[in-house]
Design a protein around this ligand. Structure first.
Ligand code: BV8
Length: 255
């Protein structure tokens, strides 16, 4: 039985001036990307600090690169799912729309989303830690073992934000502005435990946004949400996009 959303939520979507979707690994789960904290999540087997941190990389760069090479391989075979495409549709229908993502898989842009702030970087990009030269995956794949910068001999690393590292300033600043200006803020497919990203839903709520959460499981954010849709993003996001599309088809009543 296809879930439905309340008439109140439909009206809210239709009347929203600025919509923000804040996404986590759950939005890519239906594309086959493993999440971090779910039952079969990445962190259930490994400790994040042991792999996604500068300390881990300096201690054992080849182990960290083995992990990222494995994840790059998974991500090279995935495609966007209905949840990603629904957000791209909503961007074309809403007066203002932005995606703030913690995901590093690039699937939002591949689905057609244009305003995407990548808070934790992107696994498709790499750079030299010494001179900053960017390198694509072809260079990384061609390197045997830990990729070394031909220009300066520095170690090349994935362009993702590790624990203890600052988030990219532009993406962070733009995300805070988007959260402060949203009248509908949707937290979708995130366990809402990684900071400072996880502070954005409450920045939005404090600035007057209606806070909607979509997740098959409750999270620490659920009690603060104005509305919680318990279910998959690939199911609910297309329903929200349909509600928004319906509004755009309605003849404008001349009252
Ligand atoms: C920083 C990139 C400081 C790399 C990642 C103690 C308290 C508070 C904070 C801290 C603390 N100790 C340390 C900190 C700070 C730390 C932090 O927050 N730690 C947490 C774990 C306690 N944060 C940092 O270190 C950040 N930097 O703070 O710098 C600083 C200050 C000044 C100067 C210098 C430095 C950097 C954080 C970024 C870390 N990088 N990844 C990589 O991926 O390899 S984190 C990792 O977690 C991913 O980026 C991921 O996006 C992020 C959040 O996870 P989620 O996306 O939410 O995924 P998760 O699996 O957890 O949840 C999935 C959800 O989807 C679940 O709820 C599930 O139910 C749901 N789901 C499943 N299927 C579906 C679904 N939902 C919808 N539909 C479905 N079908």
């Amino acid at each position: 039985m296809t879930p439905v959303i309340s008439p109140g939520l439909s009206r809210r979507i239709r009347g929203a001036r600025s919509i923000v979707a804040f996404t986590g690994a759950g939005v890519s789960a239906e594309s086959g990307v493993p999440t971090f904290r779910g039952a079969d999540g990445i962190w259930s087997k490994l400790k994040p600090e042991e792999l996604a941190s500068m300390g881990a990389f300096m201690k054992n760069p080849s182990m960290v690169w083995e992990w990222y090479a494995h994840r790059k391989k998974i991500m090279s075979g995935i495609t966007p799912n209905p949840g990603h495409y629904a957000l791209a549709r909503m961007e074309n229908l809403a007066p203002s729309f932005a995606v703030i993502t913690q995901n590093i898989d690039g699937l939002h842009r591949r689905a057609g989303s244009r305003t995407v702030y990548e808070l934790h970087g992107n696994i498709e990009r790499n750079y030299c830690m010494k001179c900053g030269t960017p390198y694509g995956d072809d260079f990384v794949v061609a390197s045997s073992g830990v990729p070394v910068c031909p220009a300066c001999g520095g170690l090349v690393r994935p362009d993702v934000v590790w624990f203890g590292e600052m988030l990219p300033e532009d993406a962070w600043d733009a995300s805070v502005r988007a959260a402060e200006g949203a009248d509908l803020f949707m937290s979708v497919g995130t366990s809402a435990v990684v900071y400072p990203a996880a502070s954005l839903p409450l920045v939005a709520k404090r600035s007057g946004a209606y806070l909607l959460e979509i997740n098959p499981e409750p999270t620490p954010l659920t009690p603060q949400a104005d509305e919680y849709l318990q279910g998959a993003s690939g199911v609910f996001l297309p329903i929200l996009a349909d509600a928004l599309e319906g509004a755009r088809r309605l003849p404008h009543s001349h009252t």
